[in-house]
Write a protein that binds this ligand. Structure first.
Ligand code: TRP
Length: 73
């Protein structure tokens, strides 16, 4: 992996959570970042992070396109 993939996450509401999940045998939360409306986070997949979970309403820009996460009703 020469250029690790990364995501751009833009919060659409206050209190969006960006959660990093560990690489390896067990998949656990290792980092939680809270974003407020309008805030942007640029996060990479790294040696430590194999998956990223987004909770709340956000726009997620990836190499594969743009997806929107929604809030639970
Ligand atoms: N120290 C973390 C790591 O390298 C930082 C990180 C990278 C992160 N990608 C993330 C934290 C995605 C939360 C979400 O693994």
């Amino acid at each position: 992996m020469t250029q690790p993939d990364y995501l751009v996450i833009k919060a659409k509401k206050d209190g969006v959570n960006v959660i990093g999940l560990t690489r390896g045998n067990d998949t656990k939360f290792h980092h939680t970042e809270k974003l407020d409306r309008g805030e942007v986070m640029i996060a990479q997949f790294t040696e430590h992070t194999s998956a990223i979970k987004i909770r709340g309403e956000a726009e997620i820009h990836t190499a594969h396109g743009i997806v929107s996460s929604e809030e639970k009703e």
